[in-house]
Ligand binder design. Structure first.
Ligand code: NDP
Ligand code: MG
Ligand code: MG
Length: 340
């Protein structure tokens, strides 16, 4: 097992007396800002005028322009959407970076793919909680924390690792455990996970299953329940007890079907495709496509998104969820939690 760092490994004094600028107040930003403040760290929030600005002020923070927040801080945590970070960095963050300051991220994409080039006189590291911001905040309030990864990209002061651990402690993550990684590993595994398994793999699997049933003449409503709705129950069981825990709870018939049919659906060909997906991530091909797509104002992203939203599974799902107010309520919270 790789080394896991806990509260006892962190030197809190490294953040005491310093000011941390939290740039962005969305999913991660609001949670980091509030947890740091509750841990006794001086926080300012850097934003443009708008919804997040009002919210951060309402939550009692000193809110400044990104430029002013960076000027005042020794530690600058960049929690803007990854696509917008390079522009804001060049225009508003870079001018305020001075020797000895720390430039911090929660995801390695822009540093790893060279979209943000940090001056050689600042420490650069990442602290990436392995959960959405609302969970980072809620677990902290409950006295626990969401595990996190940290990585040091550039260490000028000789203290980058210790400041990263102090930061991880202050947001509650070192209560649960913090693992060391590199910018390369964090970025590539994060992209691969969401593309091949968590988001891309899953939605394609669900759609293919749904379409197979509907094309065979079964009712879309029934297909929806079997291929999408029940997923949550299975995922919850896997989250709690791994595959063994999930298989313990399902029927033996389901478990036998899992054993004999699962490997027929996701087989060596799928794994060969996964290796290609990984290769495109490793070579920078995926990153390049996504960066250019954003520069072109997202024509393909928009077209695919519109087409996906028109899929029969979405129409049927919307109607069925109307019948299940308990699902709708949970869904709203989850959407807010992940969209914030
Ligand atoms: P969100 O989209 O939730 O939040 C974005 C914030 O940035 C908002 O407060 C928004 O304010 C602000 N913002 C956007 N554009 C600008 C701008 N031009 N100038 C100033 N402020 C701006 O981001 P996330 O919290 O999801 O992501 C932040 C980072 O954390 C990313 O690097 C991401 O990869 C990483 N991360 C995210 C996780 C998650 O679960 N969401 C998990 C782990 C890491 P406004 O209201 O004005 O638009
Ligand atoms: Mg990601
Ligand atoms: Mg069943």
């Amino acid at each position: 097992m790789t080394k896991v760092y806990y509260n006892g490994d962190a030197k809190d004094q490294l953040l005491q007396g310093k000011t941390v600028a939290i740039v962005g107040y969305g999913s991660q930003g609001h949670a980091h800002a509030q947890n740091l403040r509750d841990s006794g760290v001086n926080v300012v929030v850097g934003l443009r005028k708008g919804k997040s600005w009002d919210q951060a002020e309402q939550d009692g923070f000193t809110v400044l322009s990104v430029k002013d927040a960076v000027q005042q801080a020794e530690v600058v945590m960049v929690l803007l959407p990854d696509e917008y970070q390079p522009k804001v960095y060049n225009e508003e963050i870079l001018p305020g970076l001075k020797p000895g300051k720390s430039l911090v991220f929660a995801h390695g994409f822009n540093i790893h793919f060279n979209q943000i080039v940090a001056p050689e006189f600042v420490d650069v590291f990442l602290v990436a909680p392995k959960g959405p911001g609302h969970l980072v905040r809620r677990t902290y309030e409950e006295g626990a924390g969401v595990p996190a990864l940290f990585a040091v990209f550039q260490d000028v002061t000789g203290e980058a690792k210790d400041v990263a651990l102090a930061y991880a402690k202050a947001i509650g993550s070192a209560r649960a455990g913090v693992l060391e990684t590199t910018f390369k590993e964090e970025t590539e595994t994060d992209l691969f996970g969401e593309q091949a398994v968590l988001c891309g793999g899953l939605t394609s699997l669900v759609k293919a299953g749904f379409e197979t049933l509907v094309e065979a003449g079964y009712q879309p409503e029934v297909a929806y329940f079997e291929c999408l709705h029940e997923l949550k129950l299975i995922v919850d069981l896997m989250y709690e007890g791994g595959m063994e825990g999930m298989r313990y709870s399902i029927s033996d018939t389901a478990q036998w079907g899992d054993f004999v049919s699962g490997p027929r659906v996701v087989d060596e060909r799928s794994k060969a495709q996964m290796k290609k997906v990984l290769e495109d991530i490793q070579t920078g091909k995926f990153a390049k496509g996504w960066i250019l797509e954003n520069q072109a104002n997202r024509p393909e992203f928009t077209a695919i998104n519109n087409r996906e939203n028109e899929h029969l599974i979405e129409k049927v799902g919307a109607q069925l969820r109307e019948m299940m107010p308990f699902v709708k309520k949970q869904k709203k919270e989850a959407v807010i939690a992940s969209a914030k």
